[in-house]
Design a protein around this ligand. Structure first.
Ligand code: DHB
Length: 388
């Protein structure tokens, strides 16, 4: 089989890229290792920046998002026993965020792709990517028990940090900058109506907690836990008690059946450059942010918007100028988001090796956010996302 753009990975970045290319009249094939049910249920973040919402709408994936997404105008920071609200539109000239789970974005994009897009193959296991440094790259994969090849003009790796695409970059051609964080998140999904209107990010004497939501009936909640924590060690009761303690509010959370419980590692990582020959890396294949601040999905969307524009320019004009700029263009936004995610993470979490001095610094920073419109605006701009 031959296509113009071979896309490895059918998560949000691969699916959105396929969609954007389809709108630009460029053929693609998406190869996804997992089955459709797995991809549609993989729990990830749920906060969309304004520009991510705009892109999804512009490519026809805005219908359910507009009907079911919850538009949020702020978040609450809690620390030292009190709360402070950050008002996004007031601080950013009208920008806001939308709560709409990644699982739903993925379902919408898959449905569209199936209806009117190019091939999207599930359970297609890519083994290798060859020839990215000459002009006819080949993806070798297995599908329905058969070894197959896909030749393409360009290959895009949207297959995550542990994907095959990264391994096709020769040693020495790229540099990965990394930082591990000395804690993880325990996340739960619960059939419990959130009794808070906006997300709550809490700094506490026992570590970080985050109250988010998926709908008016479903809560999504997170606790900082030590690396290597077994979710089974946390009974539902213990999770709720700890959340109430760390959130430190006058009213306790509404409790309900916990339908999902898992531990998420936290890592910061950037691979530079994001292009090697005819291979482009996008989303988690190129960079990982710790989840605090919910930048991962939004960064992935921004990458593929830049790439789709560059490919459209290439086929419309014959010029590879925007493709040549892809990595530098993306990395400016990537490093901004890395810094913001790192800032949110290190300001709100308790490092097990943290001294009381460092805790006082965190509280001073949070106090600053609560008293300076400049500090608040810096957070709000980054949270809502810079324009594309
Ligand atoms: C969610 C995840 C985040 O990392 C975050 O900062 C906010 C919300 C979520 O899953 O809803």
């Amino acid at each position: 089989m031959h296509t113009t753009v071979g896309i490895i990975g059918g998560g949000p970045s691969g699916l959105l890229l396929a969609r954007l290319l389809h709108r630009a009249g460029i053929a693609s094939v998406v190869l996804e290792r997992r089955d459709r049910a797995y991809v549609e249920q993989r729990q990830r973040a749920g906060i969309l920046e304004q520009s991510t919402v705009d892109v999804l709408r512009a490519c026809g994936a805005g219908k359910r998002l507009d009907a079911e997404g919850l538009v949020h105008d702020g978040v609450e920071l809690r620390f030292a026993g009190r709360g402070h609200r950050i008002d996004f539109p007031a601080l950013t000239g009208g920008r806001r965020v939308t709560v709409y789970a990644q699982t739903e974005v993925v379902k919408d994009l898959i449905a569209l792709q199936r209806m009117e897009g190019d091939p999207l193959l599930f359970e297609a296991e890519v083994h290798s990517v060859e020839g990215v440094d000459d002009d006819r790259p080949v993806i070798r994969y297995t599908h329905e028990g058969q070894e197959r090849t896909l030749t393409c003009d360009y290959v895009v790796g949207c297959d995550g940090f542990h994907g095959v695409a990264r391994t096709a970059v020769p040693a020495g051609a790229a540099t990965t900058y990394e930082r591990a964080h000395p804690y993880a998140w325990l996340g739960i999904l619960a059939e419990a109506a959130p009794n808070y209107d906006e997300l709550i990010y809490a700094h506490s004497d026992r570590g970080f907690a985050l109250a988010s939501m998926r709908s008016p009936e479903v809560s999504r909640l997170y606790l900082q836990v030590p690396n290597g924590t077994d979710p089974a060690a946390w009974s539902d009761e213990r999770v709720w008690d700890e959340l109430d303690h760390r959130l430190g509010r006058a009213i306790p959370l509404v409790r309900g059946p916990v339908t999902q419980k898992s531990v998420l590692p936290m890592r910061s990582s950037v691979t530079e450059p994001m292009r090697f020959g005819r291979l482009f890396l996008a989303g988690d294949a190129a960079h990982i942010v710790p989840p605090t601040g919910a930048k991962g999905l939004n960064l992935a969307a921004a990458d593929v918007v830049v790439l789709a524009r560059a490919l459209a320019h290439r086929y419309a004009t014959g010029s590879g100028e925007l493709l040549d700029a892809y990595s530098d263009t993306c990395l400016r936004r990537v490093w901004r988001a890395e810094h913001f995610s790192y800032f949110m993470t290190t300001t709100l979490h308790t490092d097990p090796a943290q001294s009381p001095f460092e805790t006082r610094l965190q509280l001073s920073q949070l106090e600053r956010l609560a008293t300076s419109p400049h500090a608040e605006a810096e957070l709000a701009e980054n949270y809502c996302g810079l324009p594309l």
